[in-house]
Design a protein around this ligand. Structure first.
Ligand code: 4NP
Length: 153
């Protein structure tokens, strides 16, 4: 089983959106038996909560189901084989502090088709969930293609 873990700060806005979008792509590619998808946050403020209503709205508009609850990342999540995919540079440095030598630590937009933006901006204050959805979808497409190539799927 290939494991993919999306990580943001609160695990209520960006990483649940990435988890849901990527899970749908995995399902459509008939790879759900081979790729496990999850998300977590580096902060604990929202543990146990549903995704932010902005994330739920944008996912519902695109016909994507999601009923996950926020959780905080733990050291056990940082298995060296897991693709750990941060949303921005701040998440990345938090993850590096947790596991400094992790071999599969990425930023989602490393896999984007566009080079201009590397961080998925936090929509918690800005409310730009539609823009975040576009970025997340672009990054997830590239990530799935990379995983399929690297894992021979
Ligand atoms: P997320 O957004 O990291 O994309 O889930 C945030 C959610 C909550 C907070 C910050 C960012 N917060 O400060 O509570």
């Amino acid at each position: 089983m290939v494991r993919v873990l999306f990580v943001c700060l609160g695990n209520i806005c960006r990483s649940p959106m990435a988890e849901a979008v990527f899970q749908q792509m995995v399902d459509e590619a008939d790879l759900s038996d081979q790729i496990d998808v999850d998300s977590a946050g580096t902060g604990s403020w929202h543990v146990g909560e549903k995704a932010h209503h902005g994330t739920r709205r944008v996912l519902a508009q695109h016909g994507i189901a999601y009923d996950g609850r926020a959780r905080k990342i733990s050291r056990q999540d940082m298995d060296p084989k897991t693709y750990v995919v941060a949303m921005d540079a701040s998440n990345l440095s938090n993850l590096q502090a947790l596991s400094s030598q992790h071999p599969r630590l990425y930023r989602l937009l490393d896999f984007s088709s566009q080079s201009a933006v590397r961080d998925v901006p936090d929509p918690y204050y800005s409310d730009n969930f539609d823009y975040v959805y576009d970025l997340v979808t672009d990054g997830c497409r590239g990530l799935l293609a990379t995983i399929r190539e690297q894992e021979g799927l």
